[in-house]
Design a protein around this ligand. Sequence first.
Ligand code: C5P
Length: 222
Amino acid sequence: MTIAIDGPAASGKGTLARRIATHFDFAYLDTGKLYRAVGMAVLRNGGDPADEEAAEDAARALDPVALEDEALARDDAARAASQVAAHPAVRSALMDLQRGVAASPPEGKAGAVLDGRDIGTVICPDATVKLFVTADVEVRADRRHKELLDRGNASIYARVLEDLRERDARDRDRETAPMRPADDAHVLDTSDMTADAAFDAALDLIEAAVREALEKSGDEAE
Ligand code: C5P
């Protein structure tokens, strides 16, 4: 079973995906981290994330240890990620790894939750259930701003808002695998929801989709 969770930055999809994975005891893959690690690797090599060849080399050489780097949470990593993510060669270099987790979840888990931008549309088009988690950009900026302040980081709301708008536009308008809900995704707008309410709503959608998938496979078996 694969649960695909897509959506824009700071929509709460990561927190939600992690909770869902824990709830079902499924594997969890934060695919944003892959692009962040590639972006950071390019920056550290002194390269330009806009350079497709440099980004592809970094994607092909990606070391899983790099995914543990705390620097990946930073805004410069996010910015570089959304630049390298626009290159088709980078996206195809990271495809097998993502599909591998969905097809054979590590540690013998019975399923996997993948979160990103194109999981439901490109990586796992046959996912058991697809959610597209979103919220108004001002709400997302406010959440991200408060989260940064809570962590003791300096943050300016207007700057956070501008960064999110810029990243949304780049992710939405790129030619390869643009961020968009799959035709069969359930859109969950969390603008007016607490994290707990979003989790409950997501569980309802997932449980209904699983019931439907089981009924369908039962019908086919008859
Ligand atoms: O989800 P996160 O904010 O960590 O993603 C960082 C960037 O990586 C996104 O802005 C997007 O450009 C890119 N990304 C992507 N496809 C994914 C996951 C992330 O293009 N599946």
